[in-house]
Write a protein that binds this ligand. Sequence first.
Ligand SMILES: Nc1nc2c(c(=O)[nH]1)N[C@H]1C(S)=C(S)[C@@H](COP(=O)(O)OP(=O)(O)OC[C@H]3O[C@@H](n4cnc5c(=O)[nH]c(N)nc54)[C@H](O)[C@@H]3O)O[C@H]1N2
Ligand SMILES: Nc1nc2c(c(=O)[nH]1)N[C@H]1C(S)=C(S)[C@@H](COP(=O)(O)OP(=O)(O)OC[C@H]3O[C@@H](n4cnc5c(=O)[nH]c(N)nc54)[C@H](O)[C@@H]3O)O[C@H]1N2
Ligand code: SF4
Ligand SMILES: [Mo]
Length: 891
Amino acid sequence: MQDLPATEVRTTCPYCGVGCGVLARVAANGEVSVCGDPAHPANFGRLCSKGSALAETVGLEGRVLHPEIGGKRASWGEALDLVAKKFSQAAAEFGPDSVGFYISGQMLTEDYYVANKLMKGFIGSANIDTNSRLCMASSVAGHKRAFGEDIVPGTYEDLDEADLVILVGSNLAWCHPILYQRLLTARKERGTKIVVIDPRRSATADECDLHLAIRPGMDVLMFNGLLMHLGQAGALDRDFIGSATSAFEEAHALAVADAGTLEDVARGCDVSQADLRLFYELFAATERSVTVYSQGVNQSAHGTDNVNAIINCHLATGRIGKPGMGPFSVTGQPNAMGGREVGGLANQLAAHMSFENPADIDRVARFWKAPDIARKAGLKAVDLFRAAGEGRIKALWIMGTNPAVSMPDAGRVRAALKNCDFVVVSDVTRTDTTRFADVFLPAATWGEKDGTVTNSERRLSRQRPFLPLPGEARADWRIICDVAGRMGFGEAFYYDGPAAIFREHAALSAFENDGERFFDIGALADIESEAYERIAPGHWPMPKARPARSRLGGAGPFPTANGRAHFVPVRQEGVALAVDAAYPIVLNTGRVRDQWHTMTRTGRVPRLMSHMSEPVVDVHPTDAAANDLSDGDLARLTSPYGFGRARVRVTDAQRPGEVFLPMHWSGHFAANAGAGTLSAPICDVYSGQPELKHVPLKIVREEISWQGTLITRRDLRPTGFVHWSRQAVPGGWVYELCGTETPDQGILLCRQLMSPYRREQLLEYTDRRGLNYRAAAVDDDSTMAEALLVAPQGQLPPRDWLVSLLGSRQPLSGAERMALLSGRSPVPMPAVGRIICSCFNVGVNQITATVAAGCQSVEEIGERIRAGTNCGTCRSEIRKIIDEARLLAAE
Ligand SMILES: Nc1nc2c(c(=O)[nH]1)N[C@H]1C(S)=C(S)[C@@H](COP(=O)(O)OP(=O)(O)OC[C@H]3O[C@@H](n4cnc5c(=O)[nH]c(N)nc54)[C@H](O)[C@@H]3O)O[C@H]1N2
Ligand SMILES: Nc1nc2c(c(=O)[nH]1)N[C@H]1C(S)=C(S)[C@@H](COP(=O)(O)OP(=O)(O)OC[C@H]3O[C@@H](n4cnc5c(=O)[nH]c(N)nc54)[C@H](O)[C@@H]3O)O[C@H]1N2
Ligand code: SF4
Ligand SMILES: [Mo]
């Protein structure tokens, strides 16, 4: 096909809160490719492994492209009518608080704005909450307590300009990879010191100057100890404290009383006194210090106190809103910040206004011409689902989030969804949540949708479409406005596109705002639709009459009543749920490098799946020994809330007594790996954010007696197995199956998987003892459609060749067909091993071979086989492989 000029569109990555600019190209043959946008100030052209693989996620496999009612295809008219009718009826009969929306930081600002306007302004309830409750709520609450408003003072440039960066409860290397690479680049030039405070030795901790493997949940004590030390060391900024803050004495006194001595703090946090002293002295001595924090801080039953304990230390030293200084809460989702701007949380109004201030409610009501506006905060996520379970929420609309997987006590959330009278889900694919939908609404997704997002440093960027809307999919804003219209609110929801919504949002931010509210993007309130198309990334505030500025705070004033930032006296509280004899271990949950949340997109990309191909629980050697667990065993995990299963990896990166499980594996990717099912719905009293990082756990080895591997083109969800998980590979999927039944029973279970094939398509073999079974299905075009291998535990034959046949789609030769049941290629082929560099698809075996051939450094590996030369996220892993290979060679 002739290659006509490609179209190229500037857009933004839909994954993490770094908010990298992306150039998307569509070739004349429709093929999409992406690269980093060199002009975007968040990433200057770089992308991480997930961003680089975006083009592989835009295919339509797995998409649902038409509305459904009760699981059956319906027209948009029918679906929208039904949604509007059910919401109107419930609100009329049981009051506005009988309905709810649960939305997402992955929606665009325009989508978010109209959802919030519909629920709070016109339905008249504040029962709209978002997955940001699980993510940023403690930071929001901490910011409001300290600054009077939810403001992030700093920008990414502060990481370039800092001399000390402290990463607290943040695995920046994997979760904000491009920001982390930016930090490492700056460090090369200015020698920035990096301190990591995390119970795990994460990938981030691997590269730092000092790692404090803090006892989980003890961050307040650590920072109270720091505040005490700053006083003792004479490192306080008395001028700033005096002129720009309040309540220092109270906060300092409580910190001193809480901390005791350095020895007490070290004991409480379970870190060495020498390391603790080193950290404290570094902080005291380093003016340009930035403290970056994330979910290890926020997702805690005392997350808000954690946040304020950190901010207190920055206020005490006046290190805020100045180059290279400040507390820096990094956002998780691409539009977590935009959601906060529009007031997507149940306890916020819009444009950083608050239910606590009657004047704010009145102001928003006048602006929206919404006399029936909600006048009090609504139910926060955990309470919203609880209310749904108890029948108090009669109609619930979920958009762009998968709470059946990602909420704590997810088993109870699923029961609530089942119990709720009317559940609507707007998504792009089938998920564990859409199973409970009375109405499914097909939304547009990345590449199709059009609007704005705001990243961690308050920078607004455009997400622009470069693909047509497929099937009957529609943008979220349009779906919401269509429902609003059918509920009788049409006049307030008539917009001819996202630009019109954006203008209104910008105008509201500036409405009766003389600088009291820092969130002001009034300069964009009159933006022409054409200019909106071209809008360049920029920081808020962008007021109309006052100068824009990138950093906030500085010498003050702050957006509080007295213009001063508040110290918040905080005390270290005990853990929400303590371990006991029944549940003796702490479960910590979080992210892995190449997966995004519940895997609806990244789980479909083979090269992203190969970094970690199944749910793995990391266990310290001491706990492994105590629980009779070895590498590769299947473990059953039980908490007071539920159970799950995962493969054991023994590693001293864990603290003894604490295991780590990724949050990602949904019911579409494993039988039950349920991080959400195990997690506790216990929330911080200020922020309502649940404690997702710690829950008491029991871990037991499963007595597995057989194993199977199914290599298939089909997208299946096997049932009846103790455990299965699946991995995307080129051309299809590889399913790992196993069970506690006898091997012959295992074979019976697995054989059912081959039932769709005709007898003449099947090649089968069972050994004489009936313990090993192999089968392959060959299509009419002589390609391999499927292969199944079943054997007693630990005795499966190799499968690399069979997997490669799925991808190659070549007709089998006679010799190959004969070899199918052996699983071995008639001609030898090298195995690349586990993929380490997903940008260039380089496996561990290739790296060790290159080391064996004389390469001694990450740079040399990069020159030879390109691994690690794109996003750089895998460089620490490559370094480890080199070290291990050299160690082995030396032995
Ligand atoms: N690859 C990838 N990147 C992502 C995402 C993804 O799904 N995948 N999601 C995005 C989103 S929405 C978010 S919110 C961010 C999250 O980004 P992060 O917060 O960096 O990621 P997590 O893995 O959730 O948790 C961070 C660390 O907190 C530590 N931790 C646990 N308990 C404690 C504690 O008591 N104290 C301290 N100090 N640390 C503790 C954990 O061991 C973990 O290493 O990532 C974003 N980026
Ligand atoms: N145990 C444990 N649980 C956690 C966490 C943890 O660390 N540990 N972290 C928490 C955090 S920080 C977060 S942010 C949450 C994330 O959890 P979720 O929000 O549940 O995760 P996603 O898989 O990103 O869900 C997004 C959904 O939106 C769909 N989608 C994609 N694009 C669009 C669109 O444009 N429109 C619509 N309508 N739908 C779309 C996707 O297919 C997907 O189903 O998980 C939380 N849960
Ligand atoms: S760091 Fe990676 S996931 Fe995050 S925005 Fe940039 S490219 Fe996307
Ligand atoms: Mo998040």
